[in-house]
Design a protein around this ligand. Sequence first.
Ligand code: FAD
Length: 396
Amino acid sequence: MSESVEHVLIVGAGLAGLRTAEELRRAGYDGELTLVGDENRAPYDRPPLSKQFMRGDTDDTALRPAEFFADERITLRLGVSATGVHTADRQVTLGDGTSIGYDRLIIATGLRPRRIPDFPDVRGVHVLRTHADALGMREELANARNAVIVGAGFIGCELTASFRAQGVPVVLIEPQSTPLAAALGPQVGALVARMHGEEGVDVRCGVGVEALVTEGDSVRGVRLTDGSALEADLVVIGVGSVPATDWLTESGIPLAAPIDGGGVLTDEVGRTTVPDVWAVGDVAAWLLDTGRNKRIEHWTNAGEQAALLAAALLGTEPPAAVRVPYVWSDQYDVKIQVLGAPALADEVQVVEDKGRKFLAHYFRGGTLVAVVGAGMTGKVMKMRGQLAATAEAAAL
Ligand SMILES: Cc1cc2nc3c(=O)[nH]c(=O)nc-3n(C[C@H](O)[C@H](O)[C@H](O)COP(=O)(O)OP(=O)(O)OC[C@H]3O[C@@H](n4cnc5c(N)ncnc54)[C@H](O)[C@@H]3O)c2cc1C
């Protein structure tokens, strides 16, 4: 690292921003470290928001205790948005009218939930990304009579399970043929649909939401594209997210096209083509071994990227391990685990199917590229070695 690095500025005080700060300190960086975040809350964990937090099982989502930041000399500037970057003079402008200089800038601003254009912003309609979103939803859940969840991705499915745990009837709407079809394919998606059905969820696939039905400033239900109408006093829009890059549009920092998923374009260690500007986590479209840039919206990835980025930024030894993508999702009493890359598969074999526990192997050209299990932790994790070998050979 050049001698001139005295201040690393990380914008986005979420998981990836925090992990990068931690990895920089672990790798020996001794200079100034600032984390800027627009939420009024020290870095916290998002996975519990749709699960334990929503069920009321925990309120504690902090990733680190307050004293950690003092001990590690990490300055937190919370409740303030970054609004732009002047790369020529290395300044980030902030929403409070001030600006802050950097020697190295790390962009870690994550995602914003996608909304449905033209849907009115009325009481009872929610998205979920932040602690504040989760708190608002949980408060209304306590008195909800019936809920509609639009979008059966991971978050939609997890919220469905959490709502059922509170005894609230749920209709789960998914335009694709099954829940989780985009992530896991329709064969395994059908097993997930069956599990929700057994829990009393009305799972409706192959249909979308056309309009919200409102009364005054509150939601009363939804109208579906098949002409049917559903009553609901709680509606969740869970139709994916977009990278939080609006503050970068004038900066000259290269962004991926929205059709390619958007995000900050980087090399294979998080470096952009603009000197001393890096990106990490959900917002970052890293160059993968496949030769393509892609954003990965999962928890484990944020920590793995942080370690690689910190090593590259400081010129220290990078972590050696082969990375096998890993995602988990808790629904009811079942942990669904995804190891590898199901999207690459041209063949799926469900090798075990016992009630709500199942195990599926995903192949491409006869080679194992992913394993998905529900309630099968041991059997999924046993495959890590085999998938690591595939990953190395075939740039999984
Ligand atoms: C409800 C929920 C459940 C999840 N469950 C799982 C799970 O079970 N398993 C799994 O693998 N993954 C899960 N994830 C995904 C995982 O939480 C994310 O991959 C992880 O949070 C990514 O971290 P990040 O730091 O890149 O982004 P974020 O955690 O989104 O952090 C980015 C931060 O930057 C802030 N920010 C944005 N713009 C600006 C700006 N202009 N100025 C200042 N600050 C800004 C944001 O407000 C946010 O605080 C879940 C996500 C959610 C929302």
